[in-house]
Write a new protein. Sequence first.
Length: 145
Amino acid sequence: MSAEIEILLVEDNPYDAEMTLRALKQNKISNNISHVKDGEEALEFIFATGKFMNRDKHTLPKVVLLDLKLPKVSGMEVLRKLKNNEETKSIPVVVLTSSQEEPDIKECYSLGVNSYIVKPVEFEKFIRSVSDIGLYWLLLNKPPV
């Protein structure tokens, strides 16, 4: 694994994860992508605990693509922990989910999500959305140093 992780993909659905990874790689947006399959793994990865305890905890992703409906620890709880921690609160978090529920959208924004995107069902639109996300957050956005 490369020292610099540009994108952390937190997605439990293998089909959605594969489409997301394919869209990013196809558009040469990022070579440094890590994928975890549940909220517990996401927190372990970011905070360098559990099975990721040997990872450099100071090397944080440039953006987190986060599904909400995750096993073990919900995406909402992952978002809450990231945004309530001084070391991780400035990491851009993009919720990429199938939930169009207004309470989910409101809660995510109240917790500090940077963007909330409903996954398009159509393959081509999904690929385009993921490409646009990667281009914006990795190439256009200027994060604090």
